[in-house]
Design a protein around this ligand. Sequence first.
Ligand SMILES: [Zn+2]
Length: 259
Amino acid sequence: MAPPRTYRCEAIILGYTPLGEADLLVTMFTRDQGKVRAVAKGARRSTSRLVGHLEPLTVVKMSMAHGRSMDIISQAEVVQGFSELKEDLTAIAKGQYLAELVDGFGAEDSPNPSLYQLMIDTLRVVERDPASDLPLRFFEFHLLLVSGLMPELYHCVECRVELEPDAHRFSPNVGGTLCLDCHPEDAHLRPLSLRALKVLRLLDRSEISEACKLSVDDSLASELKSLLSTTVSYWLGKEIRSNSFLERLNSETDPEVYI
Ligand SMILES: [Zn+2]
């Protein structure tokens, strides 16, 4: 029997690009199919029923039709618009960072409902507290986890000795923590303070709302960012564009200048 011509799905919109005269090519991460690129015909016309429903960082229920090369979005209904998040430039930049990572790590025809839920949970926390960077660190850590790239935090990845509570080292490319005696070839070694190790273990064990209650000083925040965003970029195989935009925003005293 031929597969049905139409189907329904729930997705978060990651981004879009114009296509032809009035269409959009929409990239989304669906709960049940992983990443999907689909065409929204006529969506750039002001009369389109799809206008306003396909903005990045919107959770949408959609009716889709299988097309010859790409699927077609026939209907869209907003489930969660994150309207408050979209009024705050820092929160938008953080949301774009999450979208870029989900686009990079998510694969087509490869469902990952945990990654889908992680993105939505993280956006909710960013919407409530746009100034905190901890939701991004939680997201990066759990992105590695749900992608099967769980960094080791309890043993040396080389000699497997159990790590005592102390300063150790961390390597993004050999998979996590290392004792001070091991020097594997080609490992990009970074110092790992005891404080940072404790926070990483807390991120591992906690729900996002609990983990984000933690208060960290600037030097610890910068160590965590360096460890996790470097690991994520390493696995992604490239620099993350929206991260540099976020850094520019953070270095500005008045972020409004970017509007
Ligand atoms: Zn070792």
